[in-house]
Design a protein around this ligand. Structure first.
Ligand SMILES: [Zn+2]
Length: 392
């Protein structure tokens, strides 16, 4: 299928790397993410034309990163890698000029947790913009920070900023070029742009769950060179990079700092993205095979079992393993967004449905396995025999 590369804009049939199917609560059918690589510049991305409306994440309606469930409190685990990024960034910014006079804008700031570090450090002006109206309320309540409710496309800046920050945002966005162009126009000349994205080159370095990096939300897979290709088109010059790990999800993070110098650069071919993705897919498949064996064992041994967790892991496993045919009467999940929906025609309940249930529970999560196990044992009196894991 011919399409235009979101970075170099050359129309082509991109190189197909991997197709990930998902089955999620409330959906009418299976949806796919096709990961491809531009044959000209090497940028790795999810094919836009195949993004069905039903499977796209609606960041406004779902209040995805700022609803009471996700953001009921500022999260300590996130605070840790926010702090690491902030120390890197602050060290550079304070070298360039006095940070107390700097105007900072965080685009896609959620409830303002990262921004709060700038405020505490005494930056001159600290603003955020986020599509979810809840973000504005929480940022005011928790940190007394002003957040505008808008997408970056809608946002009409009233002033120019010295620093613009996009933290875990750029990997979600569809129209990369128009957004980067807009960011350049919102910055003063020689202003700084800070980007934090998942580090594609180090995907799966510690593999917690197979294909975890391929979610419904992430549609751009950046490397330092592909970022440089995109940003160079609009006059950004690379200043520094910082690689670290996000403990929460085992994801490797690539922080980069760019200066709005106005010097435009040509796009250069890079292969690191496609090589990294191919390696990651291979490694994920090997883990997926062992999960498939475990699921088959559970299905042989138990007449029925409940699955706890209907997030992206379960969405992928239902679409690619024999979990699809497992004897599951219903699912449970903590996330209220899923309650009352059905998955493959089976209801998704609140976990308290388990208080009147004697069936074994399969924990459909690696990241929260320990927490779920504890709740099962302490709140619902489950014994070890009745708690099933996806691990070997
Ligand atoms: Zn390209």
């Amino acid at each position: 299928m011919q399409n235009k590369c979101p970075v170099c804009s050359i129309a082509q049939n991109p190189i197909h790397i991997y197709r990930q199917p998902f089955i999620a609560p409330g959906w009418e059918r299976v949806h796919y993410r096709d990961i491809v690589c531009c044959g000209w510049c090497g940028f790795v991305y999810v094919q836009r034309k195949r993004l069905s409306l039903e499977s796209q994440v609606d960041y406004v309606r779902e209040n995805k990163y700022s609803n009471q469930y996700v953001a009921s409190l500022p999260r300590p685990s996130i605070a840790e890698y926010h702090r690491a990024s902030f120390s890197f960034l602050h060290a550079y910014l304070s070298k360039f000029s006095n940070h107390r006079t700097m105007r900072v804008l965080d685009v896609g700031c959620s409830s303002g947790q990262f921004l709060s570090l700038f405020k505490r450090r005494g930056y001159g002006l600290v603003h955020g913009v986020d599509p979810s109206p809840t973000s504005k309320v929480l940022a005011k309540k928790w940190w007394d920070i002003l957040v505008y409710t808008a997408t970056i496309e809608q946002f009409a800046a009233r002033e120019k900023y010295d620093v613009i920050v996009l933290y875990s945002v750029l990997e979600h966005l569809q129209s990369l070029k128009s957004i980067v162009k807009k960011l350049a126009s919102m910055l003063v000349l020689n202003g700084m742009l800070f980007l934090s994205v998942p580090d594609t080159v180090r995907f799966g370095k510690t593999l917690i769950e197979p294909f975890m990096e391929i979610s419904l939300e992430h549609i751009n897979f950046f490397t330092e060179q592909s970022l440089s290709n995109l940003l160079g088109l609009y006059g950004f010059t690379h200043v520094a990079s910082f690689r670290h790990a996000s403990d929460t999800y085992g994801t490797m993070v690539l922080d980069t700092l760019w200066q709005n110098t106005g010097q435009k650069k040509r796009v250069l071919m890079c292969k690191d993205g496609i090589l990294a993705l191919q390696k990651y897919v291979g490694k994920s498949y090997r883990t997926l095979y062992s999960i498939e064996r475990v699921i088959q064992q559970h299905t042989r041994r138990h007449q029925q079992y409940v699955v706890w967790g209907t997030g992206s892991l379960t969405a992928r496993l239902l679409a690619t393993t024999s979990l699809l045919r497992a004897p599951i009467p219903f699912f449970v999940d903590n996330n209220p967004a899923f309650h009352g929906k059905t998955l493959l025609g089976k209801p998704v309940h609140k976990p308290d449905r388990l208080s009147s249930c004697s069936m074994p529970v399969l924990i459909g999560s690696f990241l929260f396995e320990r927490d779920i196990r504890r709740v099962l044992q302490e709140e619902y009196r489950y014994t070890t025999d009745n708690i099933l894991s996806l691990r070997d």
